[in-house]
Ligand binder design. Structure first.
Ligand SMILES: C=C(O[C@@H]1C=C(C(=O)O)C=C[C@H]1O)C(=O)O
Length: 245
């Protein structure tokens, strides 16, 4: 829905742009005709040439360029009014997007655990992730504690979804669901989150962190059509981002 809204927004925008260019072209054609008519009436050369611009070209080209510039500015201002197309993606938004993807994977993990009967919490797996991510932190401009605190929040968010889903009595999936590929996907998201974390923490230090974090989460939740459970988990996944030292 969100993707479609964006596509239709861009489509509408291109329509507006096309109309603006057509209107500008019409205006130029009208001006040209008027110039020619008055030139003929005044007995001047029919090409519209003048002593300053013998080809009558620079003036026309100038008008065409300014018409395009006006159309461009018009489109740009529309983008700004809509506040979407002109919006720069921020590291915090990237973090929200990746966190949304991560909490959504909890559904498959929960289904796998319902089938296998394994507990939600796998302390060894958590520990190995935290150690690995903590060891990579320094190379990305992060303190080990910053990385581990952030990923503890991510893991808690994932478990929150699993616990809630598994609390609902439901039939066991007939076939086993292999956790391997899901964990690989989680590892991939972890790596991307770690890359976005240092710039996101820098953004978190700026004014209005809570408002921007909330907006980033709202945007990702809308894009992924998250239900209440996954929205709450998304907030949990951000942990203390705005209050991290
Ligand atoms: C996702 C899993 O469930 C839990 C959540 C984890 C995570 O978010 O990375 C890791 C281990 C488990 O405690 C899993 O078992 O892979």
């Amino acid at each position: 829905m969100r993707g479609w809204a964006r596509v239709s927004g861009v489509y509408r925008l291109s329509g507006v742009l096309r109309s603006a260019v057509t209107a500008a072209r019409l205006r130029i054609t009208r001006e040209r005709m008027m110039t020619k008519t008055s030139a003929v009436a005044a007995g001047v050369d029919r090409s519209g040439a003048s002593a300053i611009d013998p080809n009558g070209f620079a003036g026309r080209r100038g008008r065409t360029l300014s018409a395009f510039a006006i159309a461009g500015l018009f489109a740009l201002s529309l983008c700004t009014i809509r506040g979407e197309a002109a919006e720069a993606p921020t590291a915090m938004k990237r973090l929200a997007e990746l966190s949304a993807q991560r909490v959504l994977l909890a559904d498959t993990v929960a289904a796998s655990k319902r089938q296998s009967g394994k507990p939600v919490e796998d302390a060894a797996r958590e520990q190995s992730q935290l150690e690995q991510l903590g060891a990579q932190a320094a190379a990305l401009g992060l303190a080990r504690e910053q990385a581990t605190a952030f990923f503890k929040a991510q893991i808690e968010a994932n478990k929150l979804v699993q616990y809630r889903l598994l609390a609902q009595p439901s039939r066991k999936p007939a076939a086993a669901i292999d956790l391997g590929p899901v964990r690989q996907r989680l590892d991939g998201i972890n790596a991307e989150l770690l890359t976005a974390l240092a710039p996101a923490l820098a953004e978190a230090k700026e004014e209005g962190c809570l408002v921007r974090a909330h907006e980033a989460q709202r945007q990702a939740a809308r894009l992924h059509r998250l239900d209440d459970l996954h929205r709450i988990a998304l907030t949990r996944a951000f942990g203390d981002l705005c209050a991290m030292p």
